[in-house]
Structures are given as structure tokens and as C-alpha cells.
Design a protein. Structure first.
Length: 198
């Protein structure tokens, strides 16, 4: 039997909190970066200048884009930690727990193959590329390392639109499809069901 939408949302929120806490702890202990705080302060100062009319919108946009790029570059270590933790939790941990994360376990739901009760590591990895944004995160991480500033900022703009489209489409599919499968489920040939084994 397919899992209810609210259970899937709650499981996703619980998992997001767990992953965010792990990322915060690890990056807080090992990747403290004062440059990011200074860059964010600089971005706020530039915003105040445009609000006060001291600079034009065009000058603001150019300066804000430069600062935003510098912030992205300063957070490479954070992005690598985030990507690694997401792979460990959403792929490896979930596979080892037969399609369950902690959130799914608490909500008594799990991932299974669409045609069987077994879910493979490959299924979970494909699914996570979309639903957990791992594919886009990987593209953005590679982009900051190899692309120039202008192309990278264009890439970020495009990936933000793609994320929005994927998220919106997936929500509507889960809500309105009879089988409750989203884009990620169709791509990975999986579905989320009520876990009667918990």
C-alpha cells in the first residue's frame, strides 16, 4: 500500500534535520571560515548602499554577483562535507536499512522496488540523485572548480530553476498519481510504501 503524502513529507523533514545537524557539527568543528562572515557582511553593506541610493542597481548587481561567487568559492569544503554526508545517509545508510532512513522508520514507511519488495543500492542511488539533489550538487561542486565566474553564476541560476521544477513536479506527482510515485521513483523504478515490518 502506498505511503501517505504527509508521512513522506514528515520523514523528509526529519531526515533533513538529521543531515543538517551532522553537517553543522562537522563543518563547525573542522571548517570554521571567517571569510564567509566577512563576505556576507560586505553583501549586506552593498545592499544598504543601493537602498540608500548611494549606488545604482547595475553597480549593486555586479558587486553582489562578485561577492556571491566569492562566498560559493569559500564554501567548497562545506559543499564537499554536505555531499559526502548525503551520500552516506541517503544512499549507504538507507540501503543498509532496507530502504529506510531514520525519518522513514519513524513514519513507518520504506522504499521498495516497483516490481519487488527489494530495493538495490543502484535504485537508491538513482533516486537520491534527484530527490536529494545529489546530481545538481555534484554539478555545482564541479562547476565552481572548473568554470569561470560568469559561467558558474549562470550555472547556479539554471540549477536553481531545475531544482524548483523538479521539486514542484515531484510534489504534484506524489499527490495526484494513484501510485504516489514522483520523478525520482519513476527514474529509479521505486515506490514508497507503508512498512508493515516495523
Amino acid at each position: 500500500m502506498k505511503a501517505h503524502f504527509y508521512k513522506r513529507v514528515l520523514a523528509y523533514l526529519i531526515d533533513s534535520i538529521i543531515v543538517s545537524l551532522a553537517i553543522s557539527i562537522i563543518t563547525g568543528l573542522f571548517l570554521a571560515n571567517n571569510n564567509i562572515a566577512m563576505l556576507q557582511d560586505e553583501l549586506n553593506s552593498v545592499m544598504n548602499l543601493v537602498i540608500d541610493g548611494a549606488i545604482s542597481i547595475e553597480v549593486y548587481i555586479n558587486r553582489a554577483l562578485d561577492i556571491s561567487y566569492d562566498i560559493q568559492y569559500q564554501t567548497i569544503g562545506h559543499n564537499i562535507v554536505t555531499f559526502t554526508i548525503c551520500v552516506l545517509y541517503y544512499i549507504i545508510f538507507q540501503f543498509k536499512n532496507e530502504g529506510r532512513t531514520i525519518g522513514k522508520k519513524l513514519m513507518k514507511i520504506k522504499i521498495v522496488g516497483n516490481g519487488s519488495s527489494i530495493v538495490t543500492m543502484d535504485d537508491i542511488a538513482k533516486r537520491s540523485l534527484i530527490i536529494n539533489g545529489l546530481a545538481i550538487s555534484m554539478i555545482e561542486l564541479i562547476g565552481i572548480l572548473i568554470l569561470n565566474k560568469t559561467i558558474f553564476l549562470q550555472l547556479i541560476f539554471v540549477t536553481s530553476i531545475v531544482k524548483f521544477i523538479i521539486t514542484t513536479t515531484t510534489i504534484f506527482m506524489i499527490l495526484y498519481r494513484k501510485d504516489g510515485r514522483g520523478l525520482h521513483d519513476l527514474f529509479a523504478n521505486t515506490k514508497v510504501i507503508i512498512d508493515k515490518g516495523v
